[in-house]
Design a protein around this ligand. Structure first.
Ligand code: HEC
Ligand code: HEC
Ligand code: HEC
Ligand code: HEC
Ligand code: HEC
Ligand code: HEC
Ligand code: HEC
Length: 347
């Protein structure tokens, strides 16, 4: 089967990741990269590497064990049968089980669980459980996007159902490989998490040739190409109506490219996402509190640079890239770098 290249092929007109991750050819074992690349060591601690795991692994399982204690009023119970978590519900007089297969999210913000419904319950639909674990509250609350009140239907009460294509979309942003056969995800072959080859392309030939063979289709061509690679999952401004793209709109803060691409910093420089983020290290390992990032272009030691006209020399993020609380217990960093509205306060 030919490999369809998402970067070259469709990335110009579409930011939706697909094609390549569904193919079964050309992939190396992700564990091989560490033989020759030091990046692989720190990478294992990133959100990318840990954004999807099997629900039966730790720490997912440990959190699910708290579920029954913390959510006793819901009548939704998680049982662990031979190491496999399952939720049960009553269908008339029959007690039915659904196995909880996947845990989405590294836990830096949150974790949400899903299970595949069997054919008798609705083909290969995905069930997204109604409750999500949130880091800041160290507890459970309703999953973003699900109704605040639970319904009467016992199955709907467990969570929301997604059809196959929508389920595939979840995996396409949280996994490296999602092999497909006859329109179904081959679950046991899913490579969970955003690993090296999700960004650098299938590397079997590269590994077999001791790194000599490099597929130029996967090289970074220019800065928009680079930003779009991140934007295929973190979302691009084109994915929203133009009236939604305005500074201060909390609904777009979660999608970092939407703000950043409208900042003067971005428009008037060669900035990309990797100007401030090393994709091979976790945020906490790269001292991301802001100063060094801003100093690259606003350095008091460089006369050609523009400096803060308020005379501030630290804590740049507090005013220019503040954290914004979402409707659910998670906050994101406002990437629309701009002059803040100081609410009439004098300097
Ligand atoms: C046997 C050693 C070896 C293994 C295994 C290996 N690489 Fe490489 N890789 C190399 C060498 C050698 C280079 C060229 C180094 C240079 O440019 O200085 C390279 C370059 C690269 C580059 C930069 C150039 C490019 O192609 O864009 C990337 C990205 C990369 N490798 C990714 C990977 C990934 C992902 C894996 C795991 C699937 C991997 N490599 C496994 C040896 C290896
Ligand atoms: C989220 C996307 C992403 C993932 C995942 C990722 N990389 Fe990269 N990688 C990049 C980007 C972007 C660059 C170019 C860096 C830059 O702009 O300086 C890069 C550059 C590289 C390079 C070239 C040398 C360098 O540091 O500039 C190597 C080698 C490499 N990556 C290896 C790996 C390996 C091995 C893994 C897995 C352990 C990995 N990458 C995972 C995005 C990623
Ligand atoms: C295949 C989809 C995908 C791509 C491509 C991708 N990301 Fe991500 N990124 C994610 C997901 C999913 C998370 C959430 C991780 C978690 O569960 O905490 C994330 C989290 C992050 C985080 C915060 C978590 C951390 O500490 O690592 C940063 C920063 C980030 N991405 C930057 C980038 C940059 C820069 C690029 C492009 C070089 C990029 N991402 C490409 C899916 C992606
Ligand atoms: C277009 C790519 C994309 C799709 C589709 C997608 N996600 Fe994500 N997801 C991300 C990115 C990027 C992040 C990290 C930043 C964020 O929360 O927006 C993330 C974060 C998460 C988190 C961690 C919470 C957080 O805010 O960091 C969970 C849980 C999650 N996604 C579950 C899902 C589920 C379940 C689906 C399918 C219903 C899904 N995602 C579909 C890209 C995607
Ligand atoms: C000017 C520097 C800068 C640039 C450029 C930048 N970021 Fe960030 N980003 C930050 C800072 C600072 C944080 C907050 C870090 C922290 O809390 O430790 C952050 C946090 C994040 C997070 C974690 C969730 C959040 O919003 O707090 C994600 C995901 C992310 N950035 C993605 C991106 C993507 C994708 C791009 C490119 C479109 C990008 N960033 C470009 C500085 C930058
Ligand atoms: C890659 C270079 C680059 C980086 C990194 C960068 N900026 Fe900028 N920034 C610019 C340029 C270029 C301009 C517009 C021309 C000027 O004022 O110098 C600008 C303008 C600004 C403005 C004025 C915005 C407006 O709408 O008038 C603010 C505020 C600002 N930057 C703050 C920051 C902060 C805070 C950081 C760190 C989080 C940062 N910048 C990082 C290049 C950068
Ligand atoms: C207490 C809040 C605050 C902090 C902290 C802060 N700024 Fe500012 N900054 C402002 C305000 C307000 C303005 C607009 C002032 C004015 O009216 O000229 C501004 C203006 C700017 C401008 C635009 C200058 C121009 O001439 O157009 C830049 C660039 C800038 N800040 C960079 C930074 C950097 C870099 C840092 C960290 C070293 C920083 N700021 C820290 C509040 C702050």
């Amino acid at each position: 089967m030919a490999v369809t290249l998402i970067w070259r092929g469709t990335v110009q007109d579409s930011t939706s990741p697909r094609d390549v991750i569904e193919s079964r050819d050309g992939w190396a074992d992700e564990r091989r990269c560490i033989d020759c690349h030091e990046q692989a060591e720190s990478f294992l601690r990133t959100g990318h590497a840990n954004t999807l795991q099997r629900a039966s692994e730790r720490p997912s399982l440990a959190l699910l064990e708290q579920w029954n204690l913390l959510l006793d009023e819901t009548r939704t119970k998680i049982n662990v049968i031979n190491g496999q978590p399952v939720v049960s519900y009553r269908d008339g007089s029959i007690e039915r089980n659904i196995s909880v297969d996947w845990c989405f999210g590294s836990g830096a913000h949150a974790r949400t669980w899903t299970g595949m419904l069997s054919d008798s319950q609705g083909a290969s639909d995905l069930l997204e459980l109604r409750y999500t674990w949130y880091h800041v509250i160290n507890g459970f609350d309703v999953t973003p996007g699900q109704p605040a009140e639970s319904g009467r239907d016992p199955l709907q009460n467990l969570g929301m159902q997604f059809d196959g294509p929508k389920a595939l979309r979840c995996f396409s942003c949280h996994a490296t490989r999602v092999p497909m056969q006859d329109g179904n995800i081959v679950l046991q072959d899913v490579v969970a998490g955003v690993h090296c080859q999700r960004c650098h392309g299938p590397r079997a030939r590269h590994v077999a040739s001791n790194g000599q063979e490099i597929d130029s289709d996967w090289e970074f061509h220019d800065r928009m190409d680079s930003v779009r690679r991140c934007g295929q999952c973190h979302r691009m401004p084109e994915e929203r109506e133009t009236h939604e793209i305005r500074p201060g709109n909390p609904d777009i803060v979660r999608f970092q490219p939407m703000g950043l691409l409208n900042s003067a910093c971005f428009k008037q420089s060669e900035m990309t996402c990797t100007t401030c983020h090393d994709p091979h290290r976790s945020l906490s390992e790269q001292d991301s509190k802001g100063l060094w990032q801003c100093m690259q272009c606003h350095d008091p030691g460089r006369p050609e640079h523009t400096l803060c006209s308020r005379g501030e020399r630290e804590n740049c993020l507090n005013c220019h890239m503040p954290k914004v609380d979402m409707k659910f217990p998670v906050s994101f960093t406002d990437h629309w770098i701009r002059i803040p509205d100081m609410g009439g306060k004098n300097p």
